[in-house]
Design a protein around this ligand. Structure first.
Ligand SMILES: Nc1ncnc2c1ncn2[C@@H]1O[C@H](COP(=O)(O)OP(=O)(O)OP(=O)(O)O)[C@@H](O)[C@H]1O
Ligand SMILES: [Mg+2]
Length: 505
């Protein structure tokens, strides 16, 4: 059978950067083909070339045996290629339905709204998705927003679907659902290009895997010919993953004593409900829970982005709940936010300036009333090396960096001020396995210096590996603490669905 897609010797450069050097691979009909590679290897760029957003400097794209030259995403859509981007392109204030319509340029001016709605609802039912067409997009979870992007492609009857790190923002349950959808699409003969940094997923879903390294396709392996360690070795070279040992030196001194917090969300429901938590000095306190159970509100209250309706936050003997002291205290709290594009960075500023955003008044970076450009540059060079941040020439706006590299900029900045408390939401989301390991090491090293961390994560492996204690959240409440050295994934799973430890025997 002719391959639905065949690309050969693709090269794409940006000023000062070779994003794609030489890439060739093919996708068969009814195949799930995974692209694997380190942050900045060129995966998203390759997909943007494939969908006509970028023009390659060199190389060939063949669709079902015919060479094509795309000049815009519209051209690739006409050929049946559709993409769900790493960062969605939706209008938050519009309803789900309106957002879907916006994407369909063949909708006539006087179209039959209800017929369209019916068609969309049929798709939602067919694929067993949960989506209310009338809700404004801003009210949806990120997972639900992704369904919208997928539905747009299904409505257009795309034959090749590209999903760029779709699972980075999904809960494990949502990921399972997505995989069921992908398998069904595959059964219908559609082809899928899938991108993920999570090896477990890659092993589960891929028919074939192509590995990209520094802009080159270095190998394509079929199911049965690869396992996790082989893929990792090809991708990063096994010796690059840093090894570290977590020392156990948490003290009993309380850094934060959070008592009976209640926070209402925009919809008037409780995000935090009588929530209490104790954080000790030098502790890595893992927070387990299905996303949407109050984790984000907790982080926002602690970092001053949200007010509490009720309850107390004590820092030692001092009540910092609503006092001014809270704000100076907050200054010592670092925050790795969930939504890195909107609150994590200034997208038009370069890496150097983003790295000092929180410390621009720091004497290190000023001389007199002026900025000390040399110190700012030196700081950037150090962090770029330390965190292996892949960026373009000096002055490149951060928005041009790859997803994982933007995340590294935020982490480097937040940790550079030696905070007393780190509130980290899904800190390794979107990071390749080497970078994720490095971030784990940085958090563990911080703990050795006495930094306390609230680590909000979904990956139980990550929580079990790093945490001194794990607190489980459900519907805005603390269900209980578990000792990671003395628990099971099943027990945590049960607590995440609301069973209190007392219920379990
Ligand atoms: N529009 C652009 N201008 C300048 N450089 C760019 C642009 N788009 C991508 N790059 C650069 O191309 C390289 C490859 O980036 P790309 O986003 O393709 O990586 P990726 O493999 O998707 O990484 P990640 O896993 O972090 O998402 C990076 O060095 C990035 O900075
Ligand atoms: Mg990418």
């Amino acid at each position: 059978m002719t391959d639905i897609l065949q690309i050969e010797n693709i090269r794409k450069t940006f000023p000062g950067v070779v994003a794609l050097d030489n890439v060739s691979f093919s996708v068969a009909p009814g195949e799930i083909h995974t692209l694997l590679g380190e942050n900045g290897a060129g995966k998203s760029t390759l997909m943007n070339v494939l969908t006509g957003l970028y023009h390659p400097d060199r190389g060939e794209i063949n669709i079902s045996g015919k060479q094509v030259h795309f000049t815009s995403p519209r051209d690739s859509l006409k050929c049946g290629i559709g993409m769900v981007h790493q960062h969605f392109m939706l209008v938050p204030a519009h309803s789900v339905f309106e957002n879907i319509l916006l994407a369909l340029d063949d909708v006539p001016n006087f179209f039959n709204r209800s017929a369209y709605k019916e068609k969309i609802e049929k798709l939602i039912a067919e694929f067993d998705l949960e989506l209310d067409l009338n809700l404004p997009v801003w009210k949806l979870s990120i997972g639900a927003q992704q369904w919208i992007e997928l539905i747009k492609l299904l409505l257009r009857d795309c034959q090749l679907l590209i999903l760029d790190e779709p699972t980075a923002v999904l809960t494990p349950q949502e990921t399972e659902r997505l995989f069921a959808v992908l398998q069904r699409l595959k059964g219908q003969g559609k082809s899928i290009i899938f991108i993920s940094h999570k090896m477990r997923e890659v092993m589960e879903i891929s028919d074939r895997v192509t590995i990209l390294k520094k802009g080159c396709s270095i190998a394509t392996l079929a199911r049965g010919d690869f396992d996790e360690s082989k893929l990792a070795a090809l991708m990063i070279g096994t010796d690059k993953v840093p090894q570290w040992q977590k020392s156990l030196q948490m003290s009993d001194e309380l850094v934060l004593d959070i008592q009976n917090l209640s926070v209402q969300n925009d919809r008037g429901l409780a995000d935090l409900d009588d929530f209490s938590l104790e954080l000790k000095k030098g502790e890595i306190l893992g927070i387990a829970g299905v996303a949407g159970n109050g984790q984000k509100a907790l982080a926002e209250v602690l970092t001053g982005l949200k007010k509490t309706n009720q309850g107390k936050i004590m820092a030692g003997a001092e009540d910092i709940t609503n006092s001014n002291a809270r704000y100076s205290y907050i200054a010592g709290i670092a925050h790795i936010p969930e939504d890195r594009k909107t609150i994590g960075i200034a997208p038009d500023m370069d890496v150097a300036d983003n790295l000092i955003m929180k410390s621009f008044k720091n004497r290190l970076f000023t001389s007199g009333i002026f900025q000390n450009k040399k110190a700012i540059r030196q700081n950037a060079d150090d962090k770029i090396e330390q965190f292996a941040i892949k960026t373009g020439p000096d002055g490149t706006p951060v928005r041009y960096l790859s997803g994982g590299n933007i995340q590294k900029v935020i982490i480097a900045r937040e940790l550079s001020e030696h905070p007393t408390v780190l509130v980290a939401l899904y800190p390794t989301r979107g990071l390749d396995i080497g970078s994720a390991e490095y971030v784990h090491k940085v958090i563990a090293d911080g703990a050795d210096r006495g930094m306390s961390t609230i680590l909000i994560a979904e990956d139980l492996d990550e929580l079990l590996k790093l945490s001194d204690r794990i607190a489980v959240m459900f519907r805005g409440k603390l269900i209980g603490y578990v000792d990671p050295r003395n628990t099971t994934r099943e027990k945590i799973g049960l607590m995440m669905s609301g069973e209190t430890p007392g219920d379990m025997s």
